[in-house]
Design a binder for this molecule. Structure first.
Ligand code: XMP
Length: 513
């Protein structure tokens, strides 16, 4: 299915995925490409518009990331952001140099509201600035459309050539009217119609999957997380009984998670007519993990055991034609296959394919979607909200939320405490980015009735974050902490203390392992 396309041309900025997400929120499909692919490759995609991103370099330095200036005569609207704006000015004869005063943070920007870029934007508006260089002089043919107290050229344009540039970052939420500005660019300048919608994505993807798969057999590992659940639902709608989903209960899932996943995808439910295999592998995992307390070792054991179990199930099914994978767009970009960003992590869904399953081809229907879009597809497919809005949960499960060795009894304790914590957070109407209970291996003296106890301490964690690379401990009202604490010590056996983890990341991590 052909969509209108806007290309985010990546010059190494940190917000590039955010730009693409914001454009997609305007219902316009957007892809990230590295500037290294060159002008021809960009133009060959016939984009309706191009956005040059920020980046850490100085445009006037030899060897700085650049592009053939002929791109500016292509007639395709271009918006330069931060480094992208400086590069545009530099290449077209303006003057870019080290700014006498660095601008960083929220800055009052005075804009000319007569221009298409700033339609329906206030004449004085808060924007996010982060730059050491600045445009000292606009290129010939350009009109200055915004300035700040320190920055004579905060925005410029050449309407005739459809070239626009802003020194600030419209994509970050600190820019109060940034969404409006991006909307103005894609609709007012690029003349997009807005054909990227999740309901039509579902219809066209189901049709495409049917064509690709034909009457072939598909195998899908279902973890119960958002991506694999949406993947399974999409395939179920597309090819029904040709799909087999394997769900491995490793005994390290959250409370009721197995029942929830089976409730949605299992044979009793009826909303999906697929082959569903739920493998109870709990004891196998407990046996393998017995006495192991080192977190990396636990992760390794769990990963290897998953392969063993999946392999056994795959052998029973025999040869399949397709293996389904829940790869999503950030996985693709972060693996260095999309934009310019250095390889942050080599994601298991992108790089290595499992060689223990006999399959011909791979299907990855979520490969172009951001997480918010995956959730939206899940809703369109009728998946329940408790699956669609699930918070991140590590593959190794509760094993890495139990300090020290893992036993069935400890898993039960952490499951029950975690369920209470989640209920109390929900009841208070709070929405931290991620929150859970962990079992510290600490036992201490307490008193219950007239009796002395010697029981465990539970640690509660809640963090607020955008990118999960850094995070702050969420400020939870004392009353909510109090309610959760009294319920946990009363309702969960073998717990006599509850602690709240106030540490951010860094120096801690989000998980508590
Ligand atoms: P950390 O603890 O490194 O976690 O600050 C960052 C985010 O990644 C999640 N996480 C994982 N997700 N498999 C996953 O799919 C894993 O092994 C894993 N380990 C950590 C964590 O929950 C947090 O959201």
């Amino acid at each position: 299915m052909e969509h209108e396309l806007v290309i985010v041309l990546d010059f190494g900025g940190q917000y590039n995925q955010l730009i693409a997400r914001r454009v997609r929120e305007c219902n316009v499909y957007c892809e990230i490409m590295s500037y290294r692919v060159g002008m021809e490759a960009v133009l060959a995609k016939h984009p309706k518009g191009i956005i040059f991103t920020g980046g850490p370099n100085s445009a006037y330095v030899d060897g700085a990331p650049s592009i053939d200036p002929a791109i500016f005569s292509s007639g395709i609207p271009i918006l330069g952001i931060c480094y992208g704006s400086q590069l545009m000015m530099h290449l077209l004869g303006g003057k870019v140099c080290h700014a006498p005063e660095r601008e960083y943070g929220k800055t009052q920007v005075h804009v000319d509201t007569q221009t298409a870029m700033f339609r329906e934007v206030h004449p004085s508006t808060v924007c996010w600035m982060s730059h050491n260089d600045y445009i000292a002089q606009a290129a010939p043919g350009f009109t200055i459309t915004a300035h700040t107290d320190n920055c004579p050229v905060a925005a410029v344009e050449n309407v005739e050539k459809s070239l626009y540039a802003v020194q600030f970052h419209p994509e970050v939420l600190h820019t109060a009217e940034g969404t409006q500005m991006l909307h103005n660019f894609v609709y007012g300048v690029c003349r997009c119609a807005g054909d990227w919608k999740m309901d039509s994505f579902v219809d066209t993807t189901i049709a495409a999957l049917r064509t690709q798969i034909g009457d072939g057999k598909v195998l899908c590992a279902l973890s119960g997380g958002v991506d694999s659940s949406v993947l399974a639902a999409l395939l179920a709608k597309a090819v029904g009984k040709q799909l087999t989903c394997v769900f491995v209960d490793h005994g390290l899932l959250r409370k009721n998670e197995m029942e929830e996943v089976c409730g949605v995808f299992g044979p009793e439910n009826g909303s999906f007519d697929i082959n569903f295999i739920c493998v109870n592998a709990r004891q196998r995992y407990y046996d393998k993990l017995a006495g192991v307390s080192e977190p990396e070792r636990k992760r390794k054991i769990i990963g290897e055991e998953f392969i063993r179990v999946f392999e056994e199930e795959a052998k029973k099914i025999g040869k399949v034609d397709f293996l389904a994978q829940g790869t999503i767009y950030p996985d693709v970009v972060e693996s260095g296959l999309g934009g310019e960003s250095t390889v942050i992590k080599s994601h298991h869904n992108v790089g290595g394919l499992p060689d223990y399953v006999d399959f011909k081809e791979i299907v990855e229907p979520l490969r172009n979607l951001f997480k918010d879009e995956v959730r939206q597809v899940g809703r369109e497919l009728g998946l329940p909200e408790y699956i669609v809005s699930r918070q991140p949960f590590p593959g190794p499960g509760l094993a890495i939320r139990i300090i020290g060795d893992v036993t069935e009894e400890k898993v039960k304790i952490v499951q029950d405490a975690d369920a209470i914590w989640r209920e109390e957070i929900a009841r208070a109407g709070l929405a931290p980015s991620q929150y859970y209970a962990a079992l510290t291996n600490l036992r201490s003296v307490g008193v219950m009735g007239d009796e002395r106890t010697y029981d465990y301490a539970i640690a509660l964690r809640a963090v607020t974050t955008i990118d999960f690379m850094t995070a702050e401990a969420t400020q939870i009202p004392w009353e909510v902490l109090g309610n959760a604490t009294s319920r946990i010590v009363n309702e969960v056996k073998h717990v006599n203390r509850v602690l709240y983890d106030c540490t951010g990341k860094p120096p801690a991590t989000i998980e508590f392992e």
